[in-house]
Design a protein around this ligand. Structure first.
Ligand code: SAJ
Length: 420
């Protein structure tokens, strides 16, 4: 049986592009979100988030009548749950959004439907979601009790797209599909094959959950290795960038790049889902998190040292020092400031040195309130380089990489990306 209507629950950075890409295949898509503003914006054919090409796909899908958004779930043949899974204060995963999405769709579920959890989740979350559905709908049968004869099919299929390349990666990337039973997996493959050109590889739900966490933890551990090297090299007076490029000439070595820390809402979060389930076993994964999370503090200490060197070696007083931070986004060439170590460093510096910090960020028109409150100003590259004493390179945006300059003798440079 083909899918006539698909519902995507959660219209954020993953859900909205997913809904729009399915709709572009001429499938009726009902997008559900609790945010009325998001729903209204989408129904006008506009978008409330920034992602290249998303505006074009959404506009076409809405104007051709294949995509509509609503705050209240409606019946569909498949439900894709793409809601946030943050962690709570103690790094325990918070499944509250999955629980409320599940409870919201339960009343409209019917025999033959498929429910797929796309949100990055701790191991066991898909089973938990299916339990919540079963509790809400005792009149329907689910895989945990009825196996292959269940009325409703349930699976996990984690999203793996890279912000900035979402529209292309949604179609091209391979998908890992873990059903609660083999039939649940097969039904999910039928669904994803509507728009995915990559392979749809079948496993079970727990392995699919762990696969996603493993991908992001692997990257986190690799970046932690690079960040640790950068601190070791600083102590030993070795250029870490040269060191890594030399080591990477070995045919079986591929070290990532150090930076001001690890940002975004995935790589800095997902490893905790492994650590919280298996704290005694996940030693390396836990340590990598601590190494990456401590990097902003180390960068701030380098800036403080630079400031104190200038004050000791010139007629300037502390109050005369001007600091320029280059980049506040969480990674290069995007406007996303969420969970950004560069933003965190800039904020802490601006609180320590009020009205002395200037930011250059070519990807945003205005600075967030957290910065303007302590007198941070937005400047342009040339001006900031000319007028500041301490230059703090935080994000390797293309505009910065293209800029060739030699710092003046009175200036000090803290370059967390090794581009200047
Ligand atoms: N970073 C470094 N050094 C590097 C690479 C990255 O410091 O060599 C930093 C970045 O500056 C950034 C952070 O790591 O602060 C994360 O950036 P990223 O580009 O590695 O990853 P995200 O968070 O944009 O997207 C990741 C991707 N996962 C992997 O590459 C394994 C993406 O495919 C996932 O879909 C996404 O997480 C997600 O949603 O989970």
């Amino acid at each position: 049986m083909s899918f006539k209507t698909i519902s995507v629950v959660g219209l954020g950075y993953i859900g909205l592009p997913t809904a729009a890409v399915f709709a572009s295949r001429r499938i009726n898509v009902i997008g559900v979100d609790v945010n009325q503003h998001a729903v209204d914006t989408i129904n006008k054919g506009e978008i409330h988030i920034v992602e290249p090409e998303l505006d074009i796909v959404v506009r076409a899908a809405v104007s051709e009548g294949y995509l509509k958004a609503t705050t209240k779930p409606e019946p569909a043949d498949a439900f894709l749950i793409a809601v946030p899974t943050p962690f709570k204060g103690n790094y325990e995963p918070d499944l509250a959004y999955i629980e409320s999405a599940t409870k919201a769709i339960a009343p409209v579920l019917k025999k033959g439907d498929l429910v797929v959890l796309e949100s990055t989740s701790p191991v066991g979350a898909t089973e938990q979601m299916s339990e919540w559905l079963a509790e809400a709908r005792p009149d329907l049968t689910f895989p945990q009790s009825h196996g292959e004869s269940s009325d409703v099919r349930v699976a996990h299929c984690p999203e793996r797209v890279l912000p900035g390349h979402v529209i292309r990666e949604l179609v091209e990337n391979d998908r890992v599909i873990g059903g609660l039973t083999p039939k649940c997996s097969e039904r999910s493959v039928e669904l994803y094959k509507i728009c995915v050109e990559g392979d749809c590889v079948i496993t079970n739900a727990r392995t699919a959950e762990m696969a996603k966490l493993t991908e992001n933890s692997s990257r986190d551990v690799s970046i932690a290795f690079a960040n640790e090297l950068s601190i070791i090299c600083d102590k030993l007076d070795i250029n870490v960038w040269e060191l890594i490029s030399l080591a990477n000439r070995h045919p079986r070595v591929d070290i990532l790049q150090p930076g001001p820390g690890v940002g975004g809402h995935c790589i800095a979060v997902d490893p905790w889902f492994i650590v919280s389930k298996t704290p005694d076993e996940a030693k390396l994964i836990h340590t990598a998190r601590l190494v990456n999370d401590s990097k902003p503090t180390w960068v701030i200490s380098k800036v403080e040292k630079a400031i104190s060197d200038i004050v000791h070696n010139s007629p300037k007083t502390l109050a005369d020092i001007k600091i320029a931070c280059f980049g506040v986004a969480f990674k290069p060439d995007i406007d996303d400031l969420r969970e950004s170590p560069a933003l965190d460093i800039t904020k802490q510096l601006s609180q320590k040195y009020p009205n002395q910090v200037t930011v250059v960020e070519p990807n945003v028109p205005d600075l967030p309130k957290a910065l303007t409150e302590s007198g941070v100003t937005l400047s342009v590259l040339e001006l900031a380089i000319e007028s500041c004493d301490v230059l703090v390179m935080l994000v390797d945006h293309k505009e910065f990489k293209q800029k060739k300059f030699t710092k003046a003798e009175h200036q000090l440079l803290v370059d967390t990306k090794g581009i200047w």
